[in-house]
Write a protein of this length. Structure first.
Ligand SMILES: [Zn+2]
Length: 134
């Protein structure tokens, strides 16, 4: 799925704590989940790019966003090569976790109940993203 080689960015926990807000740190570095319907990005409908809040790598163009009604920003596809996935066994049912390919920051989980053309739903923590308008 990688279309290009992404240079990894690493930093110590102390460094991330300095760079990120407490909420961002909890999600990006500790795989926390923000409360639904709390992110202003749920309502973001402008054209632009949703980028990693940890390292600013573009993850989703706004055209991939859709209203899933779940209370988290949702996308039906991602910029290929910019997210990496792994299976997460924290819940009884294994889930597909995904994170930024550059800094490893946790973004959310992928579910297979999204709209066409992919049928995927990238359920993203809004706090882990920053929106860059066109
Ligand atoms: Zn990142």
């Amino acid at each position: 799925m990688a279309d290009e080689k992404i240079e990894k960015v690493t930093a110590s926990d102390a460094e991330w704590k300095k760079r990120l807000s407490a909420e961002q740190y909890d999600v990006l570095r500790e795989e926390g989940t923000e409360r639904p319907f709390t992110s202003p990005l749920n309502e973001e409908k402008h054209q632009g790019i949703f980028a990693c809040a940890g390292c600013a790598l573009p993850l989703f163009p706004s055209k991939y966003k859709f209203d899933s009604g779940t209370g988290w920003p949702s996308f039906y596809d991602s910029i290929h090569g910019h997210v990496e996935t792994r299976t997460d066994y924290k819940m009884i049912i294994p889930r597909t976790e995904y994170h930024c390919a550059r800094c490893g920051g946790h973004q959310g989980h992928i579910f297979e109940d999204g709209p066409a053309p992919t049928g995927l739903r990238y359920c993203n923590n809004g706090v882990a993203l920053k929106f860059i308008g066109e």
